[in-house]
Design a protein around this ligand. Structure first.
Ligand code: C5P
Length: 228
């Protein structure tokens, strides 16, 4: 299981401070750069993190018409990043077009599809997508698998079922991790490290429990102890 830290701090300086503080683990850690950081700090910041040795997950959750998504995916593939994501609900056709467009790159980033945001309650999700999360998340995952993506973003609670219906090698990346039972915040479908392990998760994403901690390095050491 790999650890991915969400760099969701309010400023570039704070994100950089965290990245420097935990640099000794850079080879083993993935940093997730999301809307906030990317909109504010752009690709230069990503290059800076890359130069520190980190693997980068660009979390922009692309959602648009197939051609626009594929255009964006191509631009992302030209950057030095290791993984990015799209919304599965943009359609299997859109995901196929993204993968087709990326096929011309010798080395391309891993591509994941978001199934259901971990902040959704089942009721909220059903109102939008018309089905229960556990059923629809598996359908989205099957679409992503058939479209040639590398894996999905889901909650810990769908990981095993998704692998069962796709493949054991189909990656699951799960946000909403509260390593040692910390507060959920706005997340609804949270899980701790043991639960993630039991559900064969490939990547855990941890945000607030690390970047808001007084001693992030200590938390990371504790997490590694549990997952390695
Ligand atoms: O602070 P916390 O650990 O809840 O951070 C989770 C991170 O994962 C946030 O950056 C959030 O945008 C992201 N994320 C998520 N649910 C998804 C996809 C991404 O929480 N389905």
């Amino acid at each position: 299981m790999k650890l991915c830290i969400a760099l969701d701090n309010p400023s570039r300086e704070e994100n950089l401070k965290l990245a420097n503080e935990i640099k000794e683990f850079s080879k083993d850690i993935w940093l997730k750069v999301g809307f906030r950081s990317f909109i504010r700090d752009g690709r230069e910041f990503i290059d800076e993190l890359k130069n520190m040795g980190y693997n980068i997950f660009l979390d922009l959750k692309l959602y648009d018409i197939p051609n626009t998504m594929a255009d964006a995916a191509e631009e992302i593939a030209k950057m030095d990043i290791d993984m990015f994501n799209v919304h599965a609900s943009a359609s299997k056709r859109a995901m196929k077009e993204v993968m087709q467009r990326l096929s011309k790159f010798k080395k391309r980033p891993l591509v994941l599809a978001v199934t259901a945001l971990t902040s959704f309650t089942n009721e909220e999700f059903k109102k939008i997508y018309g089905e229960d999360i556990d059923k629809k998340a598996v359908e989205f995952a099957k679409d992503a698998y058939e479209a040639g993506l590398d894996g999905v973003v889901c909650s810990v609670w769908e990981s095993l079922k998704i692998k069962e219906y796709t493949s054991n090698d189909f990656l699951t990346l799960t946000p909403g991790i509260r390593p040692f039972g910390e507060s959920a915040g706005d997340q609804k479908r949270v899980a701790n490290l043991n639960e993630a392990k039991k559900n064969a998760v490939d990547f855990i994403v941890v945000g607030r429990p690390v970047y808001k901690a007084e001693k992030p390095k200590e938390i990371i050491k504790k997490i590694f102890k549990e997952i390695k």
